[in-house]
Design a protein around this ligand. Structure first.
Ligand code: SAM
Ligand code: SF4
Length: 500
């Protein structure tokens, strides 16, 4: 069995008879199937059955954003959102970056199985990165026959067609593509926050870090055209979105490759990420712009200059280091050194002294020694990270590092704790630097733990809880950061009337 999907896997019926010609082009084809699903939901409603859905998302910001778009599609069909334990349709948008994400999916499926026996309307769908691995599809086929449909990362937009065939009583529907044929954007997301949104600027990754499965399950890097992205941002602004997060596995290489009629064409040397960021900032109504993720090897002086000159760009850069040792960085194929990373941090801090820097760090990569952890701790202290997401290395079948000699679990755990103690100490110190200052906060929601409090974020992405009226949600307010609690602040909004 190939490790990654190399051929189209599908069992969609070819002989289904429709009363009228079905559109062959996208997005018209999926709009057609959306309407058919809508009729199904409506017929049920007339019988007194109100069909509901839940989407359970594992993994990164990109999956979160994809799920918001799938929710938009289901709402267009007339489904209403519900909790996972009550919904008639549960879709899992999966992640396979680490093995524990895979295990979480199987855990959820085991829990839902009994409902298949008691609820005739109950359906389970799977999509996302895990489905691009043939061994996963084989395991689902063998051990989880009650799953109703599954699809991969390259055909997210085809949910209506798959769902329609399944709702018609066909057997389990499967469609996984080996590579993208076209990219069809799904319009009309149902966002968690109406005032902020992610926007994908590119898909896939070309970097092939030796531990990482993303290039295999998300495909080669493809940038969206600037026209499409800017049009999306304009539309979001008109809908009332004030904060945009530009998303890509390595936004700094935006514009290197574009997708055109099933081929990836390169390259547009005159229009890269700095130019795109500048143009996004020019759009009226957008107040803050964030981006994620920046690969250190590609973060240019030009980009730093654009950030300095554009107050709309948030003073926060997520810059994954992975490990502090030059030797292991080479084994990981990261294409920068410890010294190169520290020089980049210096350059950023000189240009943007107030910036908040966050990172990803991995412990337990094959060949790691105590000295490599010392190097990493040195980088953490010298870079002064505001936050670091720390991961235990997880071997991914098919990646080069999975075939290397692995480090025993107990050693990894001890090293992980040693690193975590320093990460927490540094983050704690860094967070306190704004104590007593007043910062603009975008208010996100009511605080669930502290009654009468709201929660928001500064442009540095620092969480602030402060007493306030829920009318302020979605607005920018000045908040005095009275007390640092290590990773967040307790604040006071002295002038709620100035909210905008
Ligand atoms: N493209 C981003 C970059 O290069 O920084 C990161 C994308 S990846 C989904 C997010 C993080 O997961 C990585 O920065 C890395 O720290 C972690 N990660 C990736 N593969 C991993 C693995 N096999 N085991 C543990 N952590 C992993
Ligand atoms: Fe994975 Fe490296 Fe690509 Fe990030 S840059 S998605 S870590 S291969």
């Amino acid at each position: 069995m190939p490790l990654f999907n190399a051929r189209l896997i599908t069992n969609l019926p070819e002989d289904y008879s429709f009363s009228e010609p079905v559109p062959t082009q996208e997005p018209e084809r999926q709009e057609y199937f959306t309407e058919l699903c809508r009729n199904y939901v409506e017929t049920n409603r007339e019988k007194g059955i109100n069909l509901t859905y839940a989407i359970v998302t594992f993994g990164c910001q990109m999956n979160v954003y994809d799920s918001e778009r799938l929710k938009g599609v289901l709402e267009k069909m007339g489904y209403t959102e519900a909790e996972e334990r009550e919904a008639n349709l549960v879709i899992f948008n999966t992640c396979t970056v680490r093995e524990n994400a895979n295990q979480r999916l199987y855990g959820h499926l085991g829990q839902l199985k009994p409902r298949k026996k008691t609820d005739p309307n109950f359906m389970i769908g799977l999509c996302g990165c895990m489905m691009q691995e043939p061994k996963v599809v084989a395991k689902i086929n063998e051990s989880y026959p009650f799953v109703d449909f599954l699809f991969g990362t390259f055909n997210l937009h085809r949910l209506p067609e798959l769902l329609f065939y399944r709702l018609q009583g066909n057997k389990r529907m499967i469609e996984v593509l080996p590579e993208p044929k076209e990219h069809v954007e799904i319009k009309g997301a149902k966002r968690k926050y109406p005032f902020k949104s992610g926007v994908n600027i590119m898909y896939g990754c070309n970097n092939f870090c030796t531990y990482c499965i993303v290039p295999y399950v998300r495909g080669r890097e493809r940038s969206r055209t600037p026209e499409d992205i800017l049009q999306d941002v304009r539309e979001l602004s008109e809908e009332g979105v004030r904060e945009i997060m530009l998303l890509g596995q390595n936004v700094n290489s935006y514009g290197t490759n574009y997708m055109e009629e099933s081929k990836i064409v390169s390259e547009n040397p005159d229009y890269g990420f700095p130019e795109l960021l500048t143009d996004v900032c020019k759009i009226d109504g957008i107040h803050r712009v964030r981006f994620m993720t920046s690969h250190p090897k590609d973060l240019s002086d030009k980009l730093i200059d654009v950030i300095v000159r554009n107050p709309k760009v948030c003073r926060h850069i997520h810059l994954p280091v992975q490990i502090g040792s030059t030797r292991l960085l080479a084994a990981m194929n990261r294409r920068y050194t410890k010294e190169g990373y520290l020089a980049l941090v210096d350059k950023i801090r000189t240009a943007l002294p107030e910036v908040s820097l966050t990172t990803d760090i991995m412990v337990g990569f094959p060949g790691e020694t105590e000295e490599d952890i010392d190097d990493t701790i040195d980088v953490v202290r010298r870079s002064g990270f505001d936050q670091a997401f720390t991961f235990i290395y997880s071997p991914r079948t098919g990646t080069p590092a999975a075939t290397m000699e692995q480090i025993p679990e107990d050693i990894v755990k001890t090293r992980f704790q040693r690193l975590l103690d320093v990460v927490n100490e540094v983050a704690h110190e860094r967070c306190g630097r704004f104590e007593g200052q007043t910062k603009e906060v975008l208010v996100e929601e009511e605080n669930v733990q502290l009654e009468g409090y709201l929660t928001g974020r500064t442009e540095e992405n620092i969480l602030v809880h402060f007493p306030g009226n829920k009318e302020l949600i979605g607005k920018f307010v000045p908040v005095k950061l009275s007390e640092s609690k290590g990773f967040y602040y307790i604040g006071v909004c002295e002038n709620p009337a100035s909210a905008e």
